[in-house]
Design a protein around this ligand. Structure first.
Ligand SMILES: Cc1cc2nc3c(=O)[nH]c(=O)nc-3n(C[C@H](O)[C@H](O)[C@H](O)COP(=O)(O)OP(=O)(O)OC[C@H]3O[C@@H](n4cnc5c(N)ncnc54)[C@H](O)[C@@H]3O)c2cc1C
Length: 415
């Protein structure tokens, strides 16, 4: 049985719900149609503290529990998945600095992001590296200085992640980034990019390193705008690096820490996406229930047809189960427990639920659901992407299976 919500968590939930219904919902259909990002909504979320909500007060955050954060994300997902994803990615791009960054990096990077003045993005995917993120090819060549700060792969995994191992001697002065990232949400709107590149392509995941890159840095430009099926009001674009020089002070963690940094941030981001999916599914369920009560056929409201009532019941069951799992994942994070597996379970379950409920909602609305005038088909288009981004649901099956096998003592278990 989960703990009752605290007053602070209820306040965050009510704040998000009020803003979502009053400010985000009214223009959502128009923004989707026009593929238009409304920056003023993001700025306003900053004013409400939503851009700082899940971070501790010690780094300038609002200090809400992660459970509280999922309540807020559910409210945003219920009215506009595009805005929910934009905010979730913005939060995702800050985790590595909060968790792995130095004091100087936190002071320099976080205030404008926590306040909602600067928008963030998380740049991992490449044309030849999606699910297989360790295959990324964007190069980070050392410029000047010593031989770099390559982390010893066998070094103590419990060591302070912000600590530089110093293995390998002196630091370079900078890194030169060359390569292409694709499908980067919030680009080109965002000012702040967390970019993963490799200092040694032959080293696989051990070469991957995280960098802070700002819009406008020489050698960094935007390529194709991704034309999407859903969440069309959340922009996504290619990032092109052509010898972009990034000072060593912008490297997060040591050389070779990037893969672990990406995975740990994604573990948190997946819970946030799961919560938004619960909101989307809730919206499909509630709209369907209203419609079945209003629509008459064969001499009475459709809500009297048992076949349709059973569909509604199954939708309600799936929403409740996805919400429970998402909140359990958030509570595990709040307790400081490992979350890789439970966040995969939550994201996989909630995004599949969102897709199934949205598809059923279109069916229950008939042609009205298929029309672009009612917003029901948007739920279906918006749900689909969540089965793909932040780890496809096949990859989540892999993560979960690895955990199960590991506990069973199998050699095929996850590491
Ligand atoms: C709307 C949207 C927003 C995105 N935003 C971002 C972002 O902000 N930042 C970012 O870095 N990326 C982003 N992405 C990219 C996203 O993370 C990748 O699309 C995703 O990781 C899958 O990679 P891929 O598309 O290359 O598919 P692939 O990895 O090529 O996979 C193709 C298919 O094969 C399956 N597959 C692959 N490997 C295995 C395996 N080992 N076992 C079983 N099945 C497998 C996959 O599940 C998928 O069905 C976004 C994508 C979308 C659609």
């Amino acid at each position: 049985m989960s703990e009752p919500l605290t007053d602070e968590e209820r306040l965050l939930q009510a704040t998000a719900r009020d803003f979502a219904e009053r400010e985000i919902a009214p223009g959502a259909a128009e923004r989707d149609e026009a593929e238009r990002y409304d920056r003023s909504l993001f700025t306003a979320m900053g004013g409400l503290g939503l851009t700082a909500a899940p971070f501790p007060a010690s780094v300038g955050g609002a200090g809400f529990s992660y459970l509280g954060w999922t309540l807020a994300m559910e409210e945003l997902g219920a009215v506009d998945m595009a805005m929910a994803v934009s905010l979730s990615v913005h939060i995702l791009s800050q985790y590595p600095v909060v968790t792995w960054g130095t004091e100087e990096q936190r002071d320099r990077w976080l205030p404008a992001m926590l306040s909602g003045e600067a928008l963030g993005a998380f740049a991992l995917t490449e044309p030849l590296a999606g699910s297989d993120a360790a295959a990324l090819r964007t190069r980070a060549e050392r410029v000047g200085g010593g031989r770099g700060a390559r982390k010893d792969p066998g070094a103590d995994p419990g060591a302070d992640p912000g600590e530089d191992s110093g293995a390998g001697g002196g630091e370079p002065d900078a890194y030169r980034l060359t390569g292409t990232k694709i499908w980067i949400s919030n680009a080109p709107e965002a000012e702040r990019y967390l970019v993963f590149a490799t200092v040694d392509p032959s080293a696989g995941r051990d070469g991957i390193t995280a960098f802070l890159v700002e819009k406008g840095m020489p050698g960094f430009r935007f390529g194709t705008h991704e034309r999407k099926m859903g969440i069309r009001a959340c922009p996504a674009a290619e990032l092109i690096f052509e010898g972009c020089e990034v000072p060593v002070a912008n490297r997060v963690g040591a050389e070779g820490d990037g893969y672990r940094i990406a995975l740990s941030a994604l573990g948190e981001g997946r819970i946030s996406i799961a919560a938004a999916c619960v909101g989307l599914a809730r919206s499909g369920l509630e709209s369907s229930a209203r419609y079945l009560g209003e629509r008459t056929a064969f001499g009475g409201p459709l809500s009297e047809q048992q076949g349709l009532r059973f569909m509604l019941a199954e939708m309600a069951r799936d929403v409740a189960a996805a919400r429970a799992l998402t909140r359990e994942a958030a509570a595990a994070k709040d307790r400081g427990e490992p979350i890789a597996e439970v966040s995969s379970l939550a994201k996989w379950t909630a995004s599949d639920t969102a897709m199934r409920v949205a598809t059923d909602a279109v069916q229950l609305f008939g042609a009205t659901g298929y029309s672009r005038e009612t917003g029901i088909e948007r739920l279906m288009r918006d749900a689909k992407g969540a089965q793909i981004y932040e780890g496809t649901n096949q990859i989540h099956r892999e993560i979960v299976a690895g955990g199960v096998l590991k506990r069973a003592g199998s050699r095929a278990g996850g590491s």
